[in-house]
Structures are given as C-alpha cells and as structure tokens.
Ligand binder design. Structure first.
Ligand code: ADP
Length: 472
C-alpha cells in the first residue's frame, strides 16, 4: 500500500493531511492513499499556477512544444506501469488501459505540434492609415476537474492544449482514480515542465471546486463528468465570468438500417457498448434495429456478447472488468428490473456475477418509456428495440436531452450521410463504434456540453482573441 502526495508548485506535499483511500474495484483491496486536500491546498495551487503563468506564457511555442514532447516520451517509456496503475484503481482490462495511455499520449503529441500553429490574422482596414491585427493569447490559469472513467485521457485532453496555448493548470482528478493523475504529474516534473505549470490536488471536490470557482485568477474551467455537476460548475463560474468547457453525460443511440453489414454493426455495438464495462459517455445506450433485421441482429449480438470474459482486468483474457462502485452496480440492476417489469426480455446476462462484476447483458422487446432508454446506464446493458422507417429512427434517436455521440450502420453511403446530418449529436460513428481520436473534435450538442476537445478546435478553448488596431 503506497502513500501518495500531491503536486503543487513543483513539490510533493500534503503528507500532513488526512487521507482518501483508493481501492481496487476488482478485489476491494486498499491499494493506496492520497491526501485529502481542501480549500487551503486549492488556493496554494492557484497561486502557484498564477505565478508560473507569467514565465510559461512567455516561452516560445517551440520551447513549450519541446517540453510537451519530453513528457510524451516519458509517458511512452512508462506506459506499462501507468496502465497497470490505471487497471488497479479503475478496473478496466489492461489492454484497454494500454489503449487509453496511447490515446492520452496522442493529445500530447498532437498539441505539442499545434502549439506551433497558433496563428493570428491581419484584416484589411477601411482607412489607408490603419492596420488591423488579431493575436491569440493564452486565457490564463485553467482549472481542470476530471472523472474516473478515463483517468489519463481526460487529463491530457485538457492539460495538453492548455499548456500548448501557454496556460498553466490546476487539476483535480476524481477521488476514485487519483493515482494515474499523480503518476502523470511525476513524469511532467521529470520532463522539466517548470514548477507551477501543472498542479494536481486531490481531496474534497466541493471545497476545492468552490475555491477555484470563486478565484478570479482562474480564467477557465474545463470539466468532464456528470451533467448535474457540470450545471453546478457552470452556475458557479458565472460570478467570475469564467470561460467554460463541459463534457457531460450522453445517451448514445445506435441505428442499424436493414442494409447494414450486420457483422460490422454487431462489432460496432460490442466496441461502443462494452468498452470499459459500459462506463463511457459515448457508450451506446439504446439500439434501434430496422424490423427486417431485428431478429438476426439480436442473435448475432448475443452470440458475441456471450463470448466476452468478465474478470479482474489484470488477467490477460479479460474483456470486461468490474464496475467502479456499488451505486454503479445498483443502477444497472435497477435499469434491468425496470425494463423487465415493463415487458423487456433478457436475451443474455442480467445478473450481478459477484461484488462489482456484472454480466454483459442484452435485453430486447424494449419500449421508449423504460428508464434505460432515457437515463445513462453507465454499465454493460444493451437494450435493443425495432423500428419501421428511417424517419422514425431519427425522431426516436433525437428524442433526448443529450447530444454527445450517435452511431449509424448502413452500407448505403447517401443514406448514412443523410441520417448523420439529421442526428442532433456532436459525434457520429458511421459504421464505426470507436470514433474518438486526438485529432478530431469531441463534444456534445444540447445538455451534453459546451465546447470541443481534441483537434485544432481543442486549443481554441484555451486562447483569447486580441484585436490590435494600429494607427500609422
Ligand atoms: P461521476 O458521476 O462520473 O462520478 P461526477 O460529475 O460526480 O461524475 O464527478 C466528476 C468529477 O467532478 C470528479 O472529479 C468529482 O470529484 C468532481 N466533482 C463532483 N462534485 C463536485 C463539486 N460540487 N465541485 C467540484 N467538483 C466536483
């Protein structure tokens, strides 16, 4: 059992505080403790980031890029230990954890290069004796609050563009998964990223959040997590008029048209539904299959789902690890019970295996008024229903408060584009169950969030536009 410190102003501190215990959800074993920081530490972190901003923002883009690249190479060298740490605190299978480290590091390489492409503009003036320029400048200190389901990627997706833009950051990882975050900070330190540029504080979310929201020096809040907490943070940002980026909940529909390649569609659903045991915000939550292929789709899906192996993510063969905690298990169970009570049929799974392990489940005969069709399950439950026409599928898919990801399967490309355009979602997987990648924009319509992470869009969130009017 290791006792971790947190990282403020280039130093490892917090050992005098009481602790938060971190458990392995696969074994219920206590694996580490981290300091239970509060308002004092939150303030110290902002102070450090504010002081560091002066120098960091004056570095050339090439100097910042070099340091981000050094951090990238160190993460790459330590990917095995990072992935093991992640599996132990979060539960996902080791192969997925390794995949996440590569994905997380992809944000470092992408933004190390984007730092060099923060272009300004000149605008033709109306008068002969004027010149109009547009500069891009870093917004300042950024507060990043991240969830437990992607302990590395949700941090680098925010920190990499922030650093590339010239911002400094204060980070609060989720209390369930602080270890990967602290290890990433260790490697940033080793890479030579100057003190105060990255600060990671663990502890009480409400206390830390309050200090960061109220502090005028924090100019930007970037958050990934529940819609409920996102709304709270957005309200809290109003008093100091912070910029906000929010990546919130989702409720992804999958539409399988009668001309889909069913094997491709089933593989897409397996990837999008059961990755991380169903605990991602772009996991498919409701599957609409066109009438004539409904039965064959279900039998192919069930056949593949029954091959998925559930167990401790450290075991090589495992496809599905434990859920994060008891409420998570309970939620999946409640969604299934509600669906059964309203007429759904369990095709496979449906039960808790033991403790935090849940059987990968497929239910059919599903109606839109079942709870799982509107509330995010965040677990390995795939509800399948049928539809008659394309219009019906689009209407039912769009009938949601969320608008993060949606999936469409059809071999007719015109139809695929037509449906993609009609869907009110920020990310469309067209014959693709795994659309996330560092160079593309990730973010949602409606109550799924504000702003985009990834790609050239992602760095704009950390830049102010400054217009300079020069009179000759
Ligand atoms: P989840 O349901 O996935 O745990 P949450 O939205 O509760 O999602 O948590 C995401 C992140 O937000 C975590 O780091 C958590 O500690 C943090 N958080 C939760 N409540 C607050 C709050 N009131 N203020 C600031 N951060 C919070």
């Amino acid at each position: 059992m290791k006792k971790y410190s947190f990282y403020i102003n280039g130093e490892w501190t917090g050992n005098d505080l009481d602790v938060i215990e971190v458990y392995n959800p696969a074994t219920n074993e206590l694996i580490a403790t981290v300091p239970n920081g509060g308002s004092t530490e939150a303030r110290l972190a902002v102070h450090a980031a504010y002081e560091a901003f002066k120098e960091w923002s004056s570095f050339s883009a090439y100097e910042r890029s070099d340091l981000i690249w050094k951090w990238y190479h160190l993460i790459n060298e330590h990917k095995e230990v990072l992935a093991r740490t992640m599996t132990m605190e979060q539960g996902k299978p080791l192969k997925e954890a390794l995949g996440e480290i590569a994905y997380a590091n992809g944000f470092l390489s992408w933004y190390a290069e984007e730092a060099k492409r923060i272009y300004g503009e000149t605008i033709p003036a109306t008068q002969r004796n004027k010149r109009l320029f547009v500069h891009k400048q870093p917004v300042g200190v950024v507060a990043a609050i991240t969830p437990w389901n992607f302990p590395a990627a949700m941090i680098t997706r925010k920190v990499a563009p922030a650093l590339a833009a010239g911002c400094t950051v204060v980070v609060k990882p989720a209390e369930q998964t602080p270890l990967t975050a602290l290890k990433l900070a260790e490697l940033a330190h080793e890479a030579g990223i100057p003190k105060g540029v990255i600060n990671v504080v663990t502890g009480n979310p409400q206390e830390i959040g309050k200090v960061w929201l109220e502090d005028d020096r924090v100019r930007k809040l970037t958050f990934t997590g529940s819609t409920e907490v996102g709304k709270l943070l957005m309200r809290g940002s109003a008093d100091t008029v912070k910029k906000v980026s929010l990546e919130l909940g989702g409720h992804a529909p999958v539409i399988v048209m009668d001309d889909a390649d069913l094997d491709k569609a089933v593989d897409g659903v397996i990837h999008s539904k059961y990755r991380n045991a169903g605990q991602t915000c772009i996991c498919s939550n409701r599957i609409y299959v066109q009438e004539s292929v409904y039965e064959p789709f279900i039998s192919k899906l069930v056949e593949k789902v029954e091959r998925l192996k559930v167990g401790n993510g450290l075991d090589d063969q495992v496809d599905i690890g434990p859920l994060i905690d008891d409420p998570a298990i309970q939620k999946v169970k409640n969604h299934i019970e509600d669906a059964i009570s309203k007429g759904a049929k369990v095709e496979t799974g449906g039960e808790i295996l033991n403790q935090l392990f849940f059987q990968p489940t497929v239910i059919s005969n599903v109606d839109d008024d079942m709870v799982c069709m509107s509330e995010e399950t965040f677990g390995p439950l795939a509800p399948v229903t049928s539809f008659k026409t394309e219009e019906e599928a689009i209407e039912r898919a769009n009938d949601s408060l969320y608008g993060l990801a949606a999936y469409v399967f059809t071999e007719n490309i015109s139809k695929g584009i037509r449906i993609s355009e009609a869907l009110e979602y920020g990310i469309i997987g067209l014959n693709d169950g795994l659309p996330s990648t560092p160079q593309a924009p990730f973010g949602g319509f409606k109550q799924s969030g504000i702003g985009r992470e990834g790609g050239h869009y992602g760095i704009d969130e950390y830049l102010e536009v400054k217009y300079i009017s020069l009179g000759l």
